[in-house]
Design a protein around this ligand. Sequence first.
Ligand code: HEC
Length: 133
Amino acid sequence: MTALRLLLLALGAGLLAVPASAADTSAAAQRARFEAEAGRPGQVQAGQQFFTQRHGAQWSCASCHGQPPTQQGRHARTDKRLAPLAPAFNPESFTQSSKVDKWFKRNCNDVVSRECSAGEKADVLAYLLSLSR
Ligand code: HEC
């Protein structure tokens, strides 16, 4: 076996060990995914309303993520600092699909007492992507 082949094998093994936190998507791709699921485009206005309203529970999305969610948020229960949710203000926002799914599920349950629909997620993404510097 040549040294080059050994090197390539080592490289290959290294590449397989991509950490679980690696970016695998983008906010635009997540928006497209939820729009495809919903069968309609996301709406900025509807997303903003959804984000800022309380839905009969204690919190809105903005309670933790801030309004507008372009700055560091503050967890309403634990006071923990949260990185800005709007992608233009946080390059890591919406770059990991497992994280997107995990937090949509958890936060929607906290705020609307159920999972958000694909349309609601598409609206929220449209709103967040409309926020620019
Ligand atoms: C009780 C506090 C709280 C509320 C209310 C809340 N969130 Fe979150 N959210 C968090 C925390 C904590 C994280 C994880 C932040 C981190 O680890 O970077 C998060 C992360 C997220 C993420 C993942 C972002 C990414 O980078 O992939 C999405 C999407 C999200 N929230 C959407 C919402 C939406 C939509 C609502 C309203 C329905 C909402 N959140 C309400 C606390 C909250």
